[in-house]
Design a protein around this ligand. Structure first.
Ligand SMILES: *[C@@H]1O[C@H](CO)[C@@H](O)[C@H](O)[C@H]1NC(C)=O
Ligand SMILES: *[C@@H]1O[C@H](CO)[C@@H](O)[C@H](O)[C@H]1NC(C)=O
Length: 623
């Protein structure tokens, strides 16, 4: 991932297929007799190559002059499109679906169309072109020269090349535009093997099917035999099949773990979960509506900030609330979905609204009473999905946040800024994860910070997500499944998805920046950045999250409220049930832990390095 900012040689990152209605009219342009055009005689071929080229150029010039001559009968668009000659796509065999091709600057294209996908390269450093493939003669651009170039290419230094054009002219006749993302050749991740794209004519499809030279995973079990093998035939595989590992990372969950013993698998267990959800959804929504009203959570902006937490993460939630309140932010729109008694007591005591979903998660358990491993993970994953789904079903916009976030500015001001028109057209907007893993591509959306505009598309997205719970457990990743659903719903229903990339904005930095983009981190630490928040993602270890936040000057929770049981919490509560004054430090609790990680002040030279091999100092050269 570190090398991702390099410019690649590959000139293609996007492929656009412009299509007009597939059938109407194509017969006109295709079936009529082709006119003889630039046919070369046998004798020409025997001549010097240079003179042949010269002749071709002359012939071309003559032809163009003829077209421009007012006395000659001007050829219609149709006639021009019909000229076959040395067309790039032979009319006889590919004319039915490929009428021409042009290149346009990717940067220029993206200026006009925000596909929502984060950019891999800095816009200024990305000089690649997108390729526009025209499905139909009617889609070819206007302007006789460009039209001709789209069909025949351009002769440059005696060679026929695919001509370039401005994006607006190239797309001027396209009534629809189908966008396909091609992988960068040098992507330093798992799956880069030589890839080919096959375009084929038939009824149209908006899916890409992947074939790979891997054995049948159902019969070949050994890891080393499952990987890509050039001697094997191409075989149809799932789209997240990793060639190097021989695994399908989006494999379907099984019905039975053990059929003989009737051991239920994720899929059957999820039947029960969904049944419980369906039986209770109306009463849960009723309870929730009452809480939102009683606590006056929903303000005029119709937005609820949704968070979910268990005891294992509760000090991070405390830190979000403490830091936000001490910095003067209104947390009145926050609704926490705790999954145990400790975190509920904390969140209540710190002054935010909470809702425990007893109907789906059972009687409120204490953190200790719970088993660790899959059930707790599963419960957290499902709580993340349900909490957003409920609030969406009630008709509110949602800002979903993981608990390992601190605010520098209120991010709702960004999402509610009506002057910022381009942002308003997106249904769902995400922080960039920074991971280039195949299972997150091309969006690399971070599912720990996103804004959901309430509409029928986002409502249906989260309802679908509930039904995909078994896949979430199978893949062990809420983010993985959410991204696949974003792609599907974007394609099926026109869901408008936006992921803020790391170049476009430094507004929503996360673990990616913390660990790899120190320019951004230094500007945050100096207070000169536009950052609304810091999301301490990319750090599994909770202890380190706390230490990182401490040295960034973003930690506000007093030790007496960290990792304690309900009884201890009750001991530090004020009479009114408030924990705020006793748990939240007035000033950030700063301390240095690693001098090779971002810190608000330079850490003393005797501060340890987290990675002694690398010998880096966040603030300057290593002493
Ligand atoms: C076509 O490419 C050339 C060479 O890269 C460039 O100078 C020119 O501006 C491009 N034309 C358009 C219309 O983008
Ligand atoms: C709202 O958006 C506009 C246009 O992007 C920007 O100029 C302005 O600073 C934004 N206002 C706030 C409060 O962020």
């Amino acid at each position: 991932m570190g090398s991702s900012s390099r410019i690649v040689g590959l000139g293609i990152t996007l492929l656009l297929l412009c299509a007009l209605s597939f059938y109407s009219g194509y017969t006109n342009a295709i079936n009529e007799d082709t006119q003889p055009h630039l046919h070369r005689s046998e004798a020409d071929c025997a001549k010097e190559a240079t003179s042949e080229i010269q002749q071709r150029i002359n012939a071309r010039v003559q032809e163009e002059l003829q077209k421009l001559s007012p006395t000659s009968k001007r050829k219609s668009r149709h006639e021009l499109a019909k000229d076959d000659g040395d067309a790039i796509f032979p009319k006889a065999t590919t004319g039915e679906y490929a009428a021409g091709i042009l290149r346009v600057s990717k940067a220029e294209l993206l200026l006009e169309y925000d596909f929502g996908v984060p950019n891999k390269h800095k816009p200024g450093e990305d000089d690649t072109d997108a390729i526009i493939l025209y499905n139909h003669a009617h889609a070819l651009p206007s302007g006789r020269t460009l039209l001709h170039e789209a069909i025949h290419g351009r002769i440059e230094n005696g060679h026929q090349v695919i001509a370039n054009a401005t994006a607006s002219s190239a797309l001027s006749k396209c009534d629809t535009m189908n966008v396909v993302y091609m992988p960068l050749q040098n992507t330093a991740t798992t799956n880069r093997f030589p890839e080919c794209y096959v375009m084929i004519s038939d009824f149209e499809s908006y899916h890409i099917n992947r074939w790979m030279r891997v054995p049948d995973f159902a019969t070949v079990f050994k890891g080393k035999d499952r990987v890509l093998n050039h001697n094997l035939p191409l075989r149809h595989v799932g789209r997240i099949t990793l060639a190097t590992k021989g695994v399908d990372e989006l494999d379907v969950p099984l019905l039975w773990d053990n059929f003989e013993k009737r051991e239920k698998s994720f899929l059957f267990e999820h039947f029960d979960i969904v049944r419980t959800y369906l039986e209770n959804v109306n009463s849960v929504l009723k309870d929730l509506k009452k809480i939102l009203k009683d606590r006056n959570v929903v303000k005029s902006d119709n937005t609820v900030i949704v968070m979910t937490v268990n005891q294992g993460q509760s000090e991070l939630l405390s830190n979000f609330i403490c830091s936000a309140r001490r910095r003067g932010f209104d947390v009145g729109s926050v609704l926490v979905f705790p999954t145990d008694e400790e975190s509920k007591t904390l969140a209540d005591g710190l002054g935010v609204a909470t809702y425990y979903d007893e109907k789906n998660f059972g009687r409120l358990p204490t953190g200790e009473a719970k088993v660790y491993g899959d059930p707790i993970f599963c419960q957290m994953m499902f709580a993340k999905i349900l909490s957003v789904a409920y609030v969406t079903l009630l008709g509110h916009d949602v800002l979903f946040q993981d608990v390992d976030i601190v605010w520098y500015k209120n991010p709702l001001e960004f999402f509610h800024n009506t002057t910022n028109k381009p942002i308003q057209k997106f249904d769902i907007l995400f922080q960039h994860d920074g991971s280039a893993h195949l299972r997150y591509n091309p969006l690399s959306a971070n599912s720990g910070f996103y804004y959901v505009r309430n509409n029928k598309r986002t409502q249906y997205l989260f309802i679908s997500f509930i039904y995909h719970g078994a896949l979430v457990r199978k893949t062990k990743s809420h983010q993985h499944v959410l991204i696949q659903l974003l792609l599907e719903h974007s394609s099926m229903f026109g869901l408008n998805v936006k992921v803020f990339d790391k170049f476009e904005t430094d507004m929503f930095p996360g673990g990616f920046h913390y660990h790899q983009d120190w320019d951004t981190m230094r500007s945050i630490m100096k207070g000169t950045s536009n950052a609304y928040l810091m999301h301490m993602s990319w750090t599994e270890n909770k202890v380190n999250k706390l230490l990182f936040l401490r040295q960034m000057g973003d930690w506000y929770v007093n030790d007496q409220c960290i990792n304690v049981d309900v009884e201890t919490l009750k001991g530090v509560m004020k009479d009114d049930g408030s924990l705020f004054e006793s748990c939240c430090s007035v000033e950030p609790l700063f301390s240095c832990h690693f001098r090779d990680k971002p810190s608000i002040k330079p850490c003393p030279e005797d501060t340890p390095l987290i990675d002694p091999r690398k010998k880096r100092n966040f603030w300057g050269v290593l002493g």
